[in-house]
Design a protein around this ligand. Structure first.
Ligand code: SF4
Length: 120
């Protein structure tokens, strides 16, 4: 499952973001992503919109050498390696294979998660 972001930016009153507004264009590990404000779930629509990150579990994107992109708030996979055991609350950001990029983006450096037909 993809986790909601709980640490979105809080802009000054009067310039509150609206759904669809551009937050930032981020280039990291050779790929460019457009981050816009929105809602992960309809139940969140009573509050301010969040910065929406891609769901890489649904639509994988790979860096040049085949490492899959992940986000810091993405649920850890079965190959998680970190302090303690993986639980339902464990995220990629706690994993030794996580390499952070810009904003909340990162790549997974686990050799077993690498795209099969990528260059070494
Ligand atoms: S960083 Fe990679 S190996 Fe670690 S939990 Fe995330 S996807 Fe799994």
């Amino acid at each position: 499952m993809f986790r909601n972001i709980t640490a979105s930016v809080s802009p000054p009153a009067g310039s509150r973001p609206r759904e669809g507004d551009l937050y930032r264009v981020v280039t990291t590990f050779g790929k460019t992503f457009e981050l816009r404000y929105g809602y992960y779930d309809d139940i969140d629509r009573n509050g301010e919109p969040d910065i929406i990150y891609p769901d890489f579990t649904k639509t994988p994107v790979y860096a040049e050498k085949g490492e899959p992109f992940v986000t810091m708030m993405q649920d850890a996979c079965e190959r998680f390696k970190g302090e303690g055991k993986r639980t339902t609350d464990t995220t990629c950001s706690e994993c030794r294979y996580f390499k952070r990029g810009e904003e909340w983006f990162g790549i997974c450096t686990c050799p077993k998660n690498k795209q099969a037909d990528s260059q070494p």
